[in-house]
Design a protein around this ligand. Structure first.
Ligand code: UDP
Length: 328
């Protein structure tokens, strides 16, 4: 088997494209499966691009029939806007649940031994304890979080009954861009903190702080940010880990930095990095936002023998450079 062929679903989105780029840089051959529903189909691509609706089993089977032997599936494709998921609940389950189910079946049919799934700290809901360890209760607050928990469960079943080796990487808050990759964070609408701070600074418009009355040190929410370069790297490390484990291994691992940053601290850091003041407005809390999300990264360090390196300053600077590159 050629160990280098990797299916990357959602490989034109933020995390998927950055990881596909890093895979290619590291000597792998990514095959990107995407329906371009939340991204633009590139005119030219560095990778093999296959347009497929992953929620349709026949389309997935047809796509895999055309592929060479695949070593691993990296599954990023998902609807992932938390507020939208409360309105478009059916879409979130139809898309996220069925895609994972169809891909797990394809892994079985086409003898793909390894599966790495983009999961999320949203599976924990509002945590009882900080930092959040992997064995904390799973109580998603939104259809998005539930659809990811359901996807984790599918993989657990395919691991148990079909011998698939599967790892759920529960991401905390990715940000930044990989220099030289031309990949970065562009959502429409953009709901995420770092891109919104940078857009506000760049457009000289007030940044909306959603809630300053949380029970945190400065009243704003706290998150655990990880640079996208580190997060992409985590997938390569995770594959190497799975390769050393018995076939049929199943696990869930938090990927974060175990460092809390408040919304106000993120604004201050952006002001320092960009050398410009950010106007702010305080708005009511956003529905479903937990006050504090910080990863317990003990499992990540012990099992993957790896930890992220890059600071918040680099996430801000690299996102800004990515945006500047698109503007100029
Ligand atoms: N946030 C904010 N203004 C924004 C975007 C986000 O105040 O324009 C806050 C949001 O309420 C949350 C934190 O920043 O407390 C992180 O939000 P994000 O959407 O980036 O990540 P998630 O909520 O998924 O952890």
């Amino acid at each position: 088997m050629d160990k280098k062929n990797i299916v990357v679903t959602g490989g034109t989105g933020f995390i998927g494209s950055s990881t596909a780029w890093l895979l290619a840089q590291s000597g792998y051959t990514p095959f990107v499966l995407d329906n371009f529903s939340t991204s633009v189909k590139p005119e030219k691509s560095l990778f093999n691009l296959i347009e497929v609706d992953l929620s349709q089993p026949d389309e997935v089977t047809k796509a895999f029939k055309k592929l060479p032997q695949i070593h691993a599936i990296f599954h990023f494709a998902a609807k992932a806007l938390v507020p939208e998921s409360t309105e478009k609940t059916w879409d979130y389950f139809h898309n996220n649940f069925n895609a994972t189910l169809n891909l797990a079946e394809a892994a079985t049919q086409f003898s793909v031994p390894y599966f790495i799934h983009s999961s999320t700290c949203a599976v924990y809901g509002i945590p009882q304890r900080i930092p959040i360890s992997e064995n904390s209760p799973l109580k998603p607050e939104t259809p998005y979080g539930e659809s990811k928990r359901a996807s984790e469960n599918i993989l657990q079943q395919f691991s148990k009954w079909k011998g698939l080796s599967a790892l759920n990487l529960r991401y905390f808050n990715p940000a930044g861009a990989i220099t030289g990759s031309k990949c970065g964070e562009l959502h429409d609408p953009e709901t995420h903190l770092i891109p919104n701070i940078i857009t506000s600074i760049h457009q000289n418009k007030p940044f909306k702080i959603f809630g300053n009355d949380y029970s945190t040190s400065d009243g704003t929410c706290i998150r655990d940010f990880i640079h996208i370069k580190d997060l992409a790297q985590a997938h390569l490390v995770a594959l190497s880990f799975l390769e050393t484990q018995p076939q049929g291994t199943f696990d869930c691992i938090n990927v974060g930095k175990n460092q809390g940053v408040s919304v106000k601290e993120a604004i201050k850091t952006a002001e320092k990095v960009l050398g410009v003041q950010c106007k702010v407005e305080v708005h009511p809390r956003r529905h479903g936002d937990p006050a504090e999300l910080i990863a317990d990264t003990t499992q990540m360090k012990q099992k993957l023998r790896w930890q992220p390196q890059l600071p918040l300053e680099a996430m801000i600077e690299d996102h800004w450079n990515f945006i500047k590159g698109r503007i100029s």
